[in-house]
Design a protein around this ligand. Sequence first.
Ligand code: BGC
Length: 345
Amino acid sequence: MAKTVNSKKQNAAAKASAKANAKASAKANDQSQTTAAKTIILGIDVGGTSIKGVALKEGKEIFWCDEPTGKDDLAAQLESIAEKLASGAGAVFSEIIGVGVCCPGTIDGAKGVVAYAANLRLKNYPLKQKLEKLLGLPVKVCNDANGAALGEAVFGASSGYKDSVFVTLGTGVGGGIIIDGKIFEGNKGAGTEIGHMVIERGGDRCSCGRYGCFEAYCSARALTRRTRWAMEDDTGSAMWKNYDLSTADGRTAFEHMDGDRTARRVVEWYIKYLACGLANLANIFRPQAIILGGGVSAQGSRLIKPLKEQFEKELFGGSDYAPVEIKCAKLGAKSGAYGAVALFM
Ligand code: BGC
């Protein structure tokens, strides 16, 4: 026991000294190259389960990192990620134009304040101010789904569309709406919270406090919960061969849907609600395309094919007149981080 505690302490000390070294070398390099050209932008995407970061030099990716979301102060974790990105990119701080951050919840973009984020348990959190103080670099903050929509519009799947809707299916369900080539955010950036529209009145409770929200049915978290309930009900399901109630997640039912009735039913259940939410959005905005991002979108055609069939049935007037394409994000898990970079372009 004492040994574990000691080795934990040694690990922590080693981590702290590695961090100090990275910081010292970035700053030391800075002093010798104060006139370095500014060519690098860092983009960070804060998610409920992981934080992803990218360093782009003149539009080209030079370093990527991904780590679990910690429980410490958010700005402190982002400081260490920015340092990791800078040192991984072999960059000095004076070469960095700025750090874009996209984050779940209502973001006051002008002030860089996280006004309210249920999934991160943050309220009126001055992210920009804190991070600029820690890094000495300009910081811009936006909502994660808006960031991902921007990333796909600039670098990815929606670059050719005038009107598109980005839907992220991760820990939460978020939306980024592009109308006439511009992101629509609503009053003070607090709009497009599509995950919190009710699709099942009186249904499952959502993290926002309402019941039956799109997020309570279509987030990766909701899919995981539904999969585990289905496994509990069917102890003979093939899903038990590879998973138990603590390891089953949003991928489990998709992986087993071809040979297992219970898994197939979970996928059908998920697609029914997803098609309903997407058809609601399409009936309001009638975009040229809906782009799906977040963890669940990694299912690709296993998700898209049955989803399109159901969606077509629910789309107002069908697709003869103004068809709506449904596609997976081209940048995959990277859309948000790339969108955060785009805040400085
Ligand atoms: C939050 C949104 C966010 C989405 C995806 C939702 O719970 O309210 O702001 O975009 O999750 O992270």
